[in-house]
Design a protein around this ligand. Sequence first.
Ligand code: TIU
Length: 225
Amino acid sequence: MAAIAAQPYDYPLPTTPTVALILIDMQRDFLEPGGFGDALGNDVARLQAIVPTVKRLLEAFRQQSLPIFQTTESHRPDLADCPPSKLLRGNASLKIGDPGPMGRILIEGEPGNAIIAELAPLPGETVITKPGKGAFYNTNLEFLLKTHDITHLILGGVTTEVCVQTTMREANDRGYECLLVEDATESYFPDFKQATLEMVRAQGGIVGWTATTDQVIAGLQAMAV
Ligand code: TIU
């Protein structure tokens, strides 16, 4: 059986291609100046550095015609799906829904809410808009995964300890075999990223596995033969 060399031990791949890529929130709001991440006081340059690696991972899934899901953190223009706790938290200079240089912050359909051009989804690749941090909360992701008989999730995107980790934990509790790609995820806080990688794979993989993009691609290629 094919496997991805991973920590804390090898991640077994299924014999049938029931493995999907989940890329979390690689949207301008988090990666470019003037978006939500910037408004929260973060340095977005850290996140831009992983784009070529994420692109390589995405292309590997495309080459093998494996299912690809991307998410965006997005709210309705009327903010009906944004609880006041989320809207008002942090006293940010720009709040969700405020006009910024890329349109209204974190609002569906605004230029800043788009996935960055380098990773723009192709026809047939699914984009899930999510109002929360986790991709399962108030979305149809679980329904779509079940429809495609997907059992294994390879996760990347931003930010590691917020939306990526929340999604991985949600998926783990739902029975998915989850692997977080170490160099295809990033945080505004390097220590938080490192801690997340360590905590998900601690205790025998309590939340799942971690591996590098190279290791994932090698495993997928072995699965294909
Ligand atoms: N602030 C932060 O680190 N992240 C978020 O608000 N959303 C996501 O992680 N996508």
